[in-house]
Design a protein around this ligand. Structure first.
Ligand code: SAJ
Length: 427
């Protein structure tokens, strides 16, 4: 394997674009490839479409942005960063990955290192990617071309952790392939690069770390629904448990689990193990608990309006937030979309506002969103919402606040004193 001087990054989303820019800063000759014409148009206009990437970074970068996949022929390494969503039946959808492999395979040259960063379940490299790569390229993986897996770990909106400083794992099926990938990533990432024993081990790391998060969130969500009936404040209890300096990791209850990773990755492992005859009952149960939280949130609204002898139907309700996490504009798998669907089915008079997602909002400001509303459902904990006070809700005539992210957990009594029916998730 010749030393790597040029890198092609396929897929310029929240994973691939920061990676391409990083590789260019590390003085690799970088081709940034994406088939989406809108991305190409934005990049050539030096305009960022990723929250964590500035226009200036694009303008200053040496990356050659192109939609022409054949440019991979000029690259010593090709890194695949395309999405791996699940379909509506929660089945893993590998078509973006197989599409990318099919597109690059006819053009990659002998000696190329191919790295998959997309999140894939154990077995996809061995059972899907290698056969496809060899069939379409006519080259033999492990001999003519090398394959490694380095699962992405981007955390959108995180001010501390970014593509350059997050520890990574790298897996391959032979020492020369592992060495080549370790050499590449050790020049890109200023953090620990841990070699894994195989492609499968590296694939398993990502789905395990994100399933770990999903089951821990499900744990506190189940406690929240239990404690709602028991009259115990789950957030205070978690604060108490978190004083234990070891063997406890605080997670927080909420209106549900969204995003591109956490609600998706467990299904990769669930489905793969199922195909080999093992049922991940625990992972499935955690998924079903987390997927029940939007309904629990709407049930709280019904319960609160009942206290005012007010039906859901016809009531002016404002949902604040569409994004799956605070202070970013990303509603993929967002629980807010499920809450919205339930509220529309209940025929409430619905306003929706998310400062980061105008396309899904029905109004363009917080004031307009709250104007005339009787009830508010907080689905995302954006800072703009947190900045409000109970008195402001009162002065706007709001009678019910359902706090799906417990952002006002410390002002619960203040709401009550103002005569507002306030309910959070387990508090
Ligand atoms: N959530 C809870 N309770 C929690 C934590 C999260 O309900 O205690 C919800 C959030 O509201 C959100 C969803 O879960 O809807 C996912 O939240 P997240 O903080 O995990 O956000 P992500 O999807 O951006 O997760 C990323 C992941 N990074 C990668 O997969 C590469 C995840 O592995 C990280 O653990 C996470 O960032 C992080 O630590 O912030």
């Amino acid at each position: 394997m010749s030393s790597i001087k040029s890198v092609a990054v396929i897929g310029l989303g929240y994973v691939g674009l920061p990676l391409a820019l990083l590789a260019a800063r590390k003085k690799y000759h970088v081709f940034g490839i994406d088939i989406d014409p809108r991305k190409m148009e934005a990049l050539h206009a030096q305009t960022s479409y990723i929250d964590d990437v500035t226009d200036e970074e694009i303008a200053l970068s040496e990356v050659e942005f192109t939609a022409d996949v054949s440019t991979v022929a000029q690259a010593d390494a090709v890194i695949v960063c395309v999405p791996t969503p699940v379909d509506k039946n929660k089945q893993p959808d590998l078509s973006p990955v197989t599409g990318a492999i099919t597109a690059i395979a006819p053009h990659i040259k002998k000696g190329t290192l191919v790295v998959i960063e997309s999140t894939i379940n154990p077995g996809v490299c061995d059972e899907v990617i290698i056969p496809l790569l060899e069939k379409v390229s006519g080259l033999q993986v492990g001999r003519d071309i090398y394959l490694a897996h380095c699962p992405e770990r981007i955390n959108p909106g995180d001010p501390q952790w970014n593509v350059s400083n997050i520890n990574r794992v790298v897996g391959a099926n032979s020492q020369p392939e592992l060495d080549a990938a370790m050499e590449l990533y050790s020049t890109l990432i200023d953090a620990e690069i841990k070699p894994m024993g195989s492609l499968k081990e590296a694939e398993a790391v990502k789905v395990v770390e994100n399933s770990f998060r999903d089951i821990n969130i499900a744990f506190v969500n189940e406690l929240a629904m239990s404690f709602h009936k028991l009259g115990i404040n789950i957030e205070n209890v978690i604060d108490g448990a978190a004083t234990k300096p070891f063997a406890f990791m605080a997670h927080r209850p909420g209106a549900g689990v969204g995003g591109h990773c956490i609600p998706v990755d467990p299904y990769y492992l669930i489905e793969y193990a199922h195909s080999y005859g093992f049922e991940h009952e625990f992972l499935r149960l955690a998924r079903s608990i987390n997927e029940s939280m939007p309904q629990f949130t709407v049930d709280l609204l019904t319960e609160a309006l009942n206290e005012l002898a007010t039906p859901l139907k016809g009531t002016k309700v404002t949902m604040l937030g569409l994004s799956y996490k605070p202070n970013v504009g990303d509603d993929r798998e967002s629980p807010a979309n499920v809450i919205r669907q339930y509220l529309e089915e209940a025929e409430v008079e619905l306003s929706v506002y998310d400062p980061y997602i105008s396309r899904g909002s029905t109004v363009s400001s917080l004031d307009r969103a709250l104007d005339g509303a009787k009830a508010v459902v907080i689905a995302t904990g954006h800072d703009e919402f947190k900045a409000m006070t109970p008195r402001e809700f009162f002065e706007m005539g709001i009678a019910v606040v359902i706090d799906g992210r417990n952002i006002f957990r410390h002002q619960k009594d203040e709401f009550t004193k103002l005569g507002i029916v306030y309910m959070g998730i387990g508090i």
